[in-house]
Design a protein around this ligand. Structure first.
Ligand code: F6P
Length: 496
């Protein structure tokens, strides 16, 4: 992903064009492509994707880098390294107009901030898995400590007119820590995961502190309406916030604006990669290995939020209930291991290995193995070729902020013979891709039926659904997401 970057930074915000409209509430709606700024952009994220020159970064990384290259700026965060005695000063790597500023973590910080609080408390809670939350005060204070340290290391690098854009659940308290250091810049936050309903959030002993942290930002962006709603409901019902309308609330003595920005992909680039992959060696090998059987594909980090055990069960159910599909379909599930130090991730890995073994043991023939379960990652271009070759894309998370695999699967399809997307109604992407075959990932039989429906779907219907979804993802692409956020952030500095 990440091309066609029209960038955040060429003209001046004071020259907002007359393309901007005034909405019924009297507040100016800023057209994202109409607002430009020469203000420096500072991106803060847990991981920093330093450009290795190998074109191996994900789309978000490419898009962020492109914005920074246009406006000039800093990308600040964790280096990905754990060191015995990490320095206090960030390592600075200049790359033209953009500077990467990274910090190493100590083992203790990694355990408490990243593994402990971010990935064993916030991740399960934000994915509606309260039963998996493993809370400790030690991890929470480690989370706050690292956020404070990040703020202290970042503050000396900031200029008064910078636009600061913080990403994801690891760094919720960073804004408040910057405010405590008298940093008055416009601060924005975007949550890539879902945000839970207020009642679920209250499971967290420090729910109030966390939400107060979010209110230190001028703009808080969410993937979907229901995520934004969860946050606003909490503020109104549990923090006595005043609803100022149009997504703005007065809470904890500040005004915070909320808005929905569904993240997209670089649709044109993904389509181009997929078409180019047709003739690659990987694709020739894949086609040879399939023979004339139909390919169904799933690509997910090995994470319990992705619904993989139920997906495997649905595939087993398909083979059981529709015996005519045996020896006709191959399901390839690519699932690179992720966060392997966390016990729940070790557990899901064991569960899936056993489930895959059971399906293959039960249904394989001497010349057909139904499930190819692969625990490694592939380059992005190779994946787009795999998506293109698959008649069905199976994206069935139990809960997901957005899920870009769903969008990449659509972008990779050939117009003349597109495949079918089977999509969980609990992925953020389902809000936009309503023409997919939507399933409830808790309904194994329903998922097996949906796969069957996809296998039988006539060309005309496949084209109709695909055309509608393609139009959506062409419009809401990654550049649109990034520029909409930056425009709204730029506009959020003034009075509500
Ligand atoms: O989707 C959430 C997210 O944290 C992304 O920000 C990240 O790229 C991905 O999951 C992988 O997780 P981690 O950085 O913990 O390996």
């Amino acid at each position: 992903m990440g091309h066609a970057i029209t960038g955040a930074g060429e003209l001046h915000v004071e020259q907002q064009s007359s393309e901007n409209e005034v909405n019924p509430a009297g507040r100016e709606v800023i057209s994202p492509r109409a607002v430009h700024t020469n203000r420096r952009l500072v991106i803060v994220s847990n991981r920093v994707a330093v450009d290795s020159g190998k074109h191996d970064s994900g789309g978000l990384a490419v898009a962020i880098r492109a914005a920074l290259e246009k406006s000039g700026g800093i990308w600040f965060g964790w280096s990905g390294k754990v060191e015995d005695s990490p320095g206090n000063e960030p390592e600075l790597i200049a790359a033209g107009p953009l500077t990467y500023a990274t910090l190493d973590l100590s083992q203790r910080d990694f355990d408490e901030y990243y593994l402990g609080f971010a990935n064993r408390v916030l991740w399960p809670l934000f994915h509606f898995r309260a039963g998996l939350v493993d809370y400790s005060r030690k991890d929470f204070s480690g989370y706050l400590r690292v956020n404070r340290w990040f703020a202290q290391s970042l503050a000396p690098l900031l200029l008064p007119h910078d636009l600061v854009w913080v990403h994801d659940y690891h760094l919720i308290p960073l804004g408040r820590e910057l405010r405590c250091l008298d940093q008055a810049q416009v601060l924005g936050f975007f949550l890539h995961t879902p945000f839970p309903p207020a009642e679920m959030l209250r499971i967290l002993p420090n729910h109030r502190e966390l939400v107060e942290g979010l209110c230190a930002y001028d703009l808080v962006g969410f993937q979907t309406k229901s995520d934004a709603q969860g946050f606003c409901d909490y503020l109104i019902h549990w923090a006595g916030a005043e609803d100022l309308g149009n997504g703005a609330l007065r809470a904890f003595g500040r005004i915070v604006r909320t808005q929905v920005f569904p993240i997209g992909i670089d649709t044109e680039a993904v389509s181009g990669h997929a078409a180019a992959a047709e003739t690659s060696r990987h694709m020739q090998r894949l086609r040879r290995s399939l023979g004339n059987r139909t390919l169904m594909i799933g690509v997910d980090r090995l994470d319990y939020s992705k619904g993989l055990p139920a997906r495997f069960s649905a595939f087993g159910k398909l083979l059981e209930a529709y015996p005519e599909t045996r020896n006709r379909i191959i399901f390839m599930q690519i699932a690179p291991p992720s966060r392997s130090e966390v016990p729940e991730y070790k557990e899901i890995r064991r569960t899936l290995a056993a489930a895959a073994g059971n399906i293959n043991g039960r249904y394989s023939e001497f010349d057909w193995t139904p499930l190819r379960y692969i625990n490694k990652s592939f380059g992005h271009q190779i994946l787009t070729g795999f998506y293109r070759a698959a008649r069905i894309g199976l994206v069935t998370p139990l809960r997901d902020g957005m899920n870009l695999v769903a969008k990449e699967y659509i972008a990779s399809q050939p117009r003349e013979d597109p495949g079918v997307l089977v999509l969980s109604c609990f992925a953020g992407a389902a809000q936009e891709l309503s023409e997919a075959v939507l399933v409830n990932p808790f309904d194994v039989e329903g998922m097996a039926e949906a796969i069957r429906q996809g296998l039988d779907m006539p060309l005309g219907e496949r084209q109709e659904r695909w055309t509608a979804m393609m139009k959506t993802i062409q419009h809401n692409d990654i550049a649109h997401w990034r520029e909409s956020f930056i425009a709204a952030l730029q506009a959020s500095g003034g009075p509500a």
